[in-house]
Design a protein around this ligand. Structure first.
Ligand code: S3P
Length: 451
């Protein structure tokens, strides 16, 4: 019965991973693909810049290709990407042309939300669509502030994609207080603000990734950051400026590196190096959490690449212990929580995650997907609205649903290495959105994951 089901799935072109327990340590060094957040922004800003930009290290995952496809549909010429190299001939702030097709953002929430900010400011109409998962994600969080700027954009009656955008002649600046710590909403408003008539400010309740701010500066566009009380800060841009083409070296994605950071921490005797990884402090929550759990993670050769800090990261296996993850760390580790849960399942004692309700609005409801997956492989876990409690111990093994979510798939693929029996993960095709060579690099380091 089980194998018939599996065969049926294979025949419908669903990708199934089998991760087999391994008996030897992980060794070696690899460079994981380019940072997804930085890659999206590099394509967006180089398209809007004046002049030609060369991007290297670009993530050639489906999410970023969706962003690139949208700009090509609006008249931007670009060569590549080949081996992560992309040359973009920017059309200038007012050079985009009306697309003749719907702009398909695939699985990419970042693409849809940031593109909304750019498209809401154009004089032409456009429509943003997405795949089944993206079509269920909340978009009013961007259409509300953009509408307050005078944009004419609407999501469907449930607040989900598609987003219909009608052209406007001009946008009003806004002083916007983010209702939640979200880099995507912050970036959508700031990108719209580049086209507004005056100064747009966004106040975030807690720090979120600041790649938009850093990359605006790299393209010669002023972006001011003013610290408020405690964790909060206000980011401002003046509309009407120009982006000047530049070359961007995209560091390796810490969110992809995280799978191997956890794998090497939990597989006894492992010691690996992950090269050229972005260690922007708004992204390193996973490292802070692993260190709090007793992990051994070291930054080697720290350097600055085009305004983003980068290092080679060395990680060695340690017996981890359960911790209470502080809610302030959640936005800084938001995409890494699924794999952190695998670390927690291997730790001594209980790990508590709170303040993570936003996880329910990612590529899947990541709280319920992780809880269900952990239970299926024999781990004790209690689900809460905004997090969970995981009791560390043994992982037994079993079948897991990825919920069409790349990070759930890869997190459980890592878990299989330390389980008593193999873990099978259904529906892994979306790994290609962020980490197309995940299996190859896993194999290179010594994991045993097969398709
Ligand atoms: C992203 C921001 C994060 C993250 C997403 C990428 C970005 O979402 O989960 O994968 O590139 O701005 P938030 O909007 O919740 O910060």
């Amino acid at each position: 019965m089980e194998s018939t089901e599996k065969l049926a799935k294979t025949m419908s072109h669903e990708l199934i991973y089998t991760s087999t327990p391994i008996s030897s340590a992980l060794t070696g060094s690899v460079r994981v693909p380019g940072d997804k957040s930085i890659s999206h922004r590099a394509v967006m800003l180089s398209s809007l810049a004046t002049g030609t930009s060369k991007i290297s290290g670009l993530l050639e995952g489906n999410d970023v290709l969706a962003t690139l496809g949208a700009f090509r549909a609006m008249g931007v010429e670009a060569e590549g990407p080949v081996n992560g190299e992309l040359t973009v001939h920017g059309v200038g702030m007012r050079g985009l042309q009306a697309p003749e097709i719907d702009l398909d953002m695939g699985n990419a929430g970042t693409a849809m939300r940031l593109m909304s900010g750019i498209l809401a400011a154009q004089q032409f109409a456009s429509k943003l669509v997405g795949d089944e998962s993206l079509s269920k994600r909340p978009m009013r969080r961007v259409t509300v502030p953009l509408t307050a700027m005078g944009a004419r954009c609407v999501a469907d009656e449930n607040g989900c994609p598609p987003i219909h955008i009608r052209g406007v002649d001009a946008l009003e600046p806004i002083d916007y207080k983010l209702p939640m710590a979200s880099a995507q909403i912050k970036s959508a408003v700031l990108l719209a603000g580049l086209f507004a008539d005056g100064r747009t400010s966004v106040t975030e309740p807690a720090p979120t990734r600041d790649h938009t701010e850093r990359m605006l500066r790299a393209f010669g566009y002023a972006c001011d950051v003013e610290a408020r009380n405690g964790l909060s800060s206000t980011i401002s841009v003046d509309g009407g400026g120009e982006l000047v083409a530049t070359n961007i070296d995209v560091p390796a994605d810490i969110s992809s590196a995280a799978f191997f950071l956890v794998a090497a921490s939990i597989i006894p005797e492992s010691k690996i190096i992950l090269n050229h990884v972005g260690i922007n402090p708004t992204r390193t929550g996973v490292i802070e959490i692993l260190r709090q759990m007793g992990g051994d993670v070291q930054f080697l050769n720290q350097r600055d690449i085009g305004g983003e800090p980068v290092a080679d990261i060395q990680v060695s296996a340690q017996q981890l212990k359960g911790v209470d993850i502080s809610p302030e760390l959640i936005p800084l580790a938001i995409d890494e929580i699924p794999v952190i849960c695998i670390a927690a399942a291997c730790a001594e004692g209980v790990t508590r995650i709170t303040g993570a309700e936003e996880l329910r609005h990612k590529e899947s409801d990541r709280i319920s997907a992780v809880v269900e997956g952990l239970r299926n492989v024999g781990v004790e876990v209690v689900e809460h609205k905004d997090g969970m409690e995981i009791t560390g111990g043994k992982i037994i093994g079993g079948d897991v649903e990825s919920a069409h979510d790349h990070r759930i798939a890869m997190a459980f693929a890592v878990a299989g290495a330390v389980a008593e029996q193999e873990i099978t993960i259904n529906d892994c095709q979306n790994v290609a959105t962020s980490f197309p060579n995940f299996i190859e690099l896993s194999t290179e380091l010594g994991l045993d994951i097969t398709i």
